[in-house]
Design a protein around this ligand. Structure first.
Ligand code: SAM
Length: 200
């Protein structure tokens, strides 16, 4: 199972900063649930859905989500499925306040550090020849899930600080598109809002 990385705290922190109490939040490609749990623990009353498809990651996600199930806040809803599948959480389409995603994003064939190569599953790390094969459909899924004015944040490879904002612009359903650096100064995550006056 993928080991959560410190830079993802920045994406989670951004998400927590933009929502109000009781928000509906979806964490796509949730892995062990690091983002979902951060939001559920820090945002009072948030209703958090965590989508993951890997059986080994799901086992940890269920365990971690279950560990806080006794809390007064709504439990995290774990959803087994493909984060890019329009049928997954389709019942929430148009209602979600925040979608966050730390997907696989390393271009296939790129050499990765030995700890990644030896311990992280390839399906958690690599995403097609350009590293964007999961982010592309995730953007479309986020646009469908979000309510008008809802927020989207997605982590990306440090070579994609222009490509991911360009994909968000090309989609046509996002505004306030921005890119953010990590603590090492590298482009790390893009954010946007769902356009309000748009029926797509
Ligand atoms: C980079 S890891 C991030 C995990 C977690 N979000 C975090 O920040 O620690 C990507 C995760 O996405 C999952 N994944 C990859 N493709 C997916 C898909 N199409 N649908 C659902 N999960 C997917 C992998 O199994 C892996 O757990």
């Amino acid at each position: 199972m993928f080991v959560p990385r410190p830079e993802t705290e920045l994406l989670a922190g951004w998400g927590i900063s933009v929502i109000r109490p009781g928000a509906v939040v979806v964490d796509l490609c949730s892995g062990s649930g690091a983002i979902a749990l951060a939001v559920a623990n820090e945002a009072p009353g948030a209703r958090v859905y965590a989508v993951e498809r890997s059986p080994s990651a799901l086992a940890w996600l269920r365990r971690n989500a279950g560990a806080r199930a006794a809390a007064a806040d709504p439990p995290i809803e774990v959803v087994e499925g493909d984060a890019t599948d329009p049928a997954v959480l389709a019942e929430l389409d148009g209602t979600v306040d925040l979608v966050l995603c730390n997907p696989p994003y390393v271009p296939a064939g790129v050499a990765v550090p030995v700890d990644v190569a030896d311990h992280d599953p390839a399906e958690a790390v690599f995403a097609g020849p350009d590293g964007l094969s999961v982010i592309r459909p995730v953007l479309a899924r986020a646009a469908a899930l979000l309510r008008p004015g809802g927020f989207f944040g997605v982590e990306h490879d440090d070579t994609h600080g222009v490509a991911v904002p360009d994909l968000l612009r090309a989609d046509g359903r996002f505004i306030d598109i921005d890119d953010h650096r990590d603590l090492a100064g590298r482009p790390r995550y893009a954010t946007a809002s769902r356009m309000a006056d748009c029926t797509a």
